[in-house]
Design a protein around this ligand. Structure first.
Ligand code: NAP
Length: 523
């Protein structure tokens, strides 16, 4: 039997009961390690995190906690080679794609360490200035942000086992809130190893960082009113969570990052070969193939003017044709596999649904895999679909195929294109690609209410932009509606989720004493 990974709960390593679940190499089909959360005393473990971890973190200042994040980053950086190996084995990703997850985690942690340091020796945050309540201004109201005394539970998706935990743990630990992470089972190994390394290095106070690997049974029952939960995963699981008494009755704060049918819009001023045309084609092909399209931010729907439909389809297909797919250990492979055969089947099923209303402009499923057995490996070539009647199509605006799949659609007017984009019912990100920068500004104002992020692409930023799908810690990550309605990152704005806002009404002198222990939250 393979190694059973241990959980870290209640300040100690604990083995779950029973044989557990086996994690597999999605390319070779071999067994790797096992996880089990059966039989854990979650209530006691959560209490230890709140009482011991939380108290120790809250005793520190923002600057001291920022320094801890810096230490965590050093531990992770020192063990990076092992993380890349685990990612190849358990996620089936190429070195480059593993880097999106692992380097992204380190970069984000580093940013929060730097930003946290600017908050100095404070333990609370001031939310705006004090405003007068009495006519003479002596009696005032000051909004204050205080770290919650609960814990932060992260229920994560399978596609970012490294970044998914640290992009949340950075703001949480900086806020003084202990973390319990429950990674998606299928790729839990990398998260477990990272947490293992950080715990063993002893850089965080006892109880500040815990991990539960395996089934989720009982996790939500162990939550208490001041806890917060950040969920990343499918809309179906999110809907299940929302109905749980922890949220419905005990008002545990819940942040949801879920499915998203992100779009790219090419402006009518583009022509074949123009800067905007080339930017769109490059971005669509990249978004389809990075991490085999298993990115919540990946472009799923591409809207182009009717006259450019054929040219864009051919240009994207030409790029996809050069994408070699197969065993990520092979030097010639540009795209590895999906996380497992179940995900492979789900992508095939999703494609079948979409193909009822669209046609394949390029189908990479016919192309032979490199150094991988198609009967075993969860590898799939990219598929570009096309649809010239997007008004009538429904599935393409509702079905997120979580793999290397996008649908090209033609539009007659900008108004029609924007209406079609909104049929995604709220997305994480939309790219607006144009020759004229003014078009980007106008489209952003029109699409901002239904998107967490608008990525503007013009010739000016062709060599500088950070990529449609890359989540930068400086910018908000999340989206309304179908995307879950959540908000993460966005610089120090992220700290808001882990603090409670309170209005302190008192005299000038009392508020001055309070302000001496607090830092102003940068706007
Ligand atoms: P999932 O099946 O919904 O699982 C997500 C997490 O929820 C896993 O840790 C899973 O644990 C756990 N879970 C399942 N049932 C649960 C329950 N009843 N109670 C508590 N937890 C439960 O999603 P996934 O397949 O891992 O991820 C793919 C989806 O995530 C895609 O739709 C993608 O768009 C979305 N995603 C969104 C973002 C974003 O930031 N918006 C980022 C990444 C992914 P087990 O693994 O043990 O089942």
């Amino acid at each position: 039997m393979t190694e059973l990974l241990h959980n870290h709960l209640g300040g100690r390593w604990q083995a779950g009961e029973g044989p557990g679940t086996t994690l597999r190499d999605p390319v070779l089909g071999t067994d790797l390690v096992r996880v089990s959360s059966d039989g854990l005393d979650l209530a006691a473990g959560f209490a230890f995190a709140r009482d011991t971890g939380g108290a120790a973190l809250r005793a520190l200042t923002y600057r001291q906690r920022a320094a801890l994040l810096g230490e965590v980053g050093k531990v992770l950086a020192a063990n990076k080679a092992a993380y890349y190996e685990i990612a190849t084995a358990n996620s089936g990703t190429t070195q480059k794609d593993s880097g999106v997850d692992i380097e992204g985690a380190l970069f984000t942690l580093g940013q929060y360490a730097r930003w946290g340091d600017t908050l100095g020796n404070a333990r609370f945050l001031l939310d705006g200035p004090a405003v007068p309540l009495s006519k003479d201004g002596v009696f005032r109201s000051q909004h204050l942000l205080a770290p919650t005394r609960g814990l932060a539970l992260f229920i994560n998706a399978f596609n970012f086992p490294a970044w998914g935990v640290w992009e949340k743990a950075g703001p949480a630990l900086l806020s003084g809130v202990p973390v319990v992470v429950k990674p998606a089972t299928v790729t839990a190994w990398l998260t477990q190893r990272m947490v293992h390394d950080v715990v063993e290095a002893g850089v965080l106070p006892a109880g500040a960082l815990s991990i539960v690997c395996g089934g989720s049974a009982g996790l939500l029952d162990a939550l208490q009113p001041f806890d917060v939960v950040s969920f990343t995963g499918s809309a179906d699981t999110a809907a299940l969570l929302r109905r749980h008494p922890a949220f419905a009755e005990r008002s545990v704060r819940l942040n949801v990052e879920a499915d998203s049918l992100n779009s790219a819009l090419l402006a009518p001023d583009a022509t074949p070969g123009s800067a905007a045309f080339e930017l769109l084609v490059g971005e669509v092909a990249r978004e389809m193939t990075v991490k085999s399209g298993q990115k919540c931010t990946a472009i799923r729907r591409v809207f182009v003017p009717e006259a450019l439909y054929g040219a864009v389809g051919e240009a994207v297909a030409a790029k996809l044709r050069t994408t070699t797919v197969g065993n990520p250990r092979h030097d010639g492979v540009r795209m590895g596999s999906l996380v497992g055969r179940a995900q492979w089947q789900s992508v095939q099923d999703g494609l079948a649904r979409l193909m009822g209303q669209s046609q394949a402009l390029f189908d990479g499923r016919d192309v032979p895999l490199v150094d991988a057995d198609p009967a075993v490996a969860a590898c799939i070539g990219p598929v570009l679909l096309g649809c010239t009647t997007p008004d009538e199509a429904d599935a393409v605006h509702r079905t997120e195929v979580f793999g290397p799949v996008a649908t090209l659609m033609s539009y007659r007017s900008v108004e029609q294109a924007q209406a079609l984009i909104r049929r995604g019912e709220g997305s994480l990100v939309v790219s607006v690609v144009a020759e004229d920068p003014a078009f980007v500004g106008e489209a952003a104002l029109s699409l901002a209410d239904s998107h967490g992020r608008v990525h503007g692409l013009t010739a000016e930023v062709a060599a500088r932009h950070t990529g449609h799908g890359n989540v930068m810690p400086q910018s908000l990550h999340g989206g309304p509606g179908r995307a879950g309605g959540g908000e993460e990152l966005g610089g120090l704005r992220a700290l808001g989720f882990y603090h409670r806002r309170s209005a302190v009404q008192a005299g000038e002198s009392a508020l001055a004493a309070l302000a001496a222990q607090a830092a102003a939250l940068p706007q």
